[in-house]
Design a protein around this ligand. Structure first.
Ligand SMILES: C[S@@+](CC[C@H](N)C(=O)[O-])C[C@H]1O[C@@H](n2cnc3c(N)ncnc32)[C@H](O)[C@@H]1O
Length: 243
């Protein structure tokens, strides 16, 4: 697989609540849910050898590749391959870990990258770290949004990565709370999401009240994906200029 984002999305088999069902209905319904397997991703030649990513949906939606994750990984490889040394990096809602692993493999870094997600995703993140021989530089951890940060996470990391984390409205305040905990004076969050429902824009509206949010628009690939409702933002801690 290359950097092409035209892959099929499908209704998650783990939908249980009404809200989940609404999310499912906004995606293309499945005929034949993808079985577990390893995908090779080279991001149009940016990664040699390619990233190997196990996809397995048995533990949840993070077990497959998502379009915003592909775009954010590609953006980081194209724009930040050589300016991340000395930076602490944390990924939120990492799923199988595509963004953090791509950064670990294709960007010059010298500190651990923390891939985080809920407990059911831990084994998949660990397996993908192993598959790519990145255990020396990538540490998967459980981080539930809205909960206290795990002690291993550096306070106020320099870079926070979050892709396709906006899709379940009850989780919006939890994600905002975790972003509030993580964003320090020098932190920068690259936040990429695909808008599927009107509620997704409500998330960005709330985020703009709490943080400094700037859309990244001067990038050929992100501009193209904007037409598919995939948006990439820089989020920083907000300072009240009147204080
Ligand atoms: C749509 S997937 C995106 C996965 C990956 N970032 C990508 O782009 O391929 C959303 C991820 O957010 C995680 N997630 C959802 N709610 C969460 C929560 N409350 N705390 C932590 N992670 C959560 C899910 O487990 C899932 O892995």
């Amino acid at each position: 697989m290359n950097g092409n984002l035209d892959f099929v999305e499908f209704s998650p088999p783990w939908s249980e609540t009404i809200d989940d069902l609404i999310v499912s209905a906004s995606l293309v319904p499945p005929r034949d849910p993808k079985s577990a397997g390893i995908t090779h991703i080279d991001f149009d030649g940016l990664l040699t050898p390619p990233l190997q990513l196990k996809e397995d949906l048995k533990e949840g939606c993070g077990g497959q590749l998502w379009p915003a994750g592909m775009l954010l990984a590609s953006y980081m490889l194209r724009n930040h391959s050589s300016d991340l040394r000395g930076k602490t990096i944390v990924e939120l809602g990492a799923g199988g870990g595509v963004v953090g692993l791509a950064v670990a493999k294709g960007c010059s870094i010298d500190s651990l990258i923390y891939l985080t997600d809920q407990m059911p995703m831990l084994a998949l993140m660990e397996e993908n770290v192993r598959l790519n021989g990145l255990a020396h530089i990538v540490q998967p951890l459980v981080l539930d949004w809205g909960e206290p940060l795990p002690p291993q996470i550096p306070s106020f990391p320099d870079i926070i990565l979050a892709a396709d984390c906006v899709y379940f409205e009850p989780a919006f305040p939890l994600l905002l709370s975790t972003l509030t905990d993580l964003l320090g004076p020098a932190s920068l969050c690259y936040f990429c999401f695909k808008k599927r429902r009107r509620a997704d824009l409500r998330f960005m509206k709330q985020a703009k009240k709490l943080f400094d949010v700037t859309e990244i628009t001067n990038d050929k690939e992100t501009d193209t994906h904007r037409r598919e409702s995939i948006f990439l933002y820089r989020i920083r801690k907000r300072y009240n200029k009147n204080i």
